[in-house]
Write a protein that binds this ligand. Structure first.
Ligand SMILES: NC(=O)c1ccc[n+]([C@@H]2O[C@H](COP(=O)([O-])OP(=O)(O)OC[C@H]3O[C@@H](n4cnc5c(N)ncnc54)[C@H](OP(=O)(O)O)[C@@H]3O)[C@@H](O)[C@H]2O)c1
Length: 185
């Protein structure tokens, strides 16, 4: 099983600007609509786990809905829009508990999305793979990808490639010396 992150960031590590804008992610021309690996990444996961603010952001996007079940972490959201009933579930429980329940239901690989949610997973050392696409722009302020951690977390570089002659996509895997298989007990 693996909890995976797939994000685009500014050079200074932000996933959204101070107004929650994402235009900076599109600052490199992509005339052929290269998906930057997203389609194959989505095939590699069983479900999407996202923070409530990311959920609210994607609701406003003009995009086909995810082909995988979506679980939204929130303590404030009470219901999902009618058109997403059966596709989206609101969850509010400790991360380990949520992963355990979903694993029992047969899911094993998860896409973790949203700055605060990713930081919560990292703080509990529950991220196994990080795929970060860095856009060469400094934005100075916004929603940070990374935050405080109780300890250092080492990752190994699986692959790094230049996309659209401008973006650097780096794929990291958590280096756990004790055990190769994560155990979130
Ligand atoms: N560049 C990219 O690839 C990328 C990717 C994803 C998102 N984004 C952008 O990032 C912004 C959203 O990120 P964000 O960091 O502000 O917020 P977020 O992580 O998407 O959502 C934060 C909210 O999720 C809930 N939450 C988070 N961790 C939780 C936990 N451990 N347990 C229970 N609930 C938890 C809380 O909701 P309640 O307040 O309801 O309790 C919290 O307020 C948006 O602008 C979005 O467009 C960019």
């Amino acid at each position: 099983m693996a909890n995976k992150v797939f994000v685009g960031t500014s050079l200074d590590g932000y996933i959204a600007d101070r107004d929650n804008g994402l235009d900076f992610l599109e600052s490199v021309p992509n005339p052929d609509g290269h998906d930057l690996g997203f389609v194959s990444f989505m095939k590699s996961v069983d479900a999407v786990l996202m923070g409530r603010k990311t959920f609210e952001a994607v609701l406003s996007f003009d995009m086909p809905w995810y082909a995988k079940p979506v679980f939204v972490f929130s303590s404030t959201l009470k219901e999902v829009p009618a058109q997403l009933q059966g596709k989206v579930e609101i969850v509010s429980a400790p991360l380990k508990e949520v992963i355990k329940v979903l694993t029992v239901q047969g899911m094993k690989d998860f896409y973790i999305d949203g700055g605060q949610l990713i930081q919560s997973f990292l703080a509990e050392d529950m991220i196994d793979e990080l795929i970060v696409t860095q856009v060469p722009v400094l934005i100075g302020d916004g929603t940070p990808l990374y935050g405080l951690l109780p300890r250092h977390l080492e990752f190994e570089l699986v692959k790094s490639e230049v996309l659209l002659q401008a973006l650097v996509q780096s794929h990291y895997r958590r280096l756990r010396k004790e055990s190769k298989e994560p155990v979130y007990e």
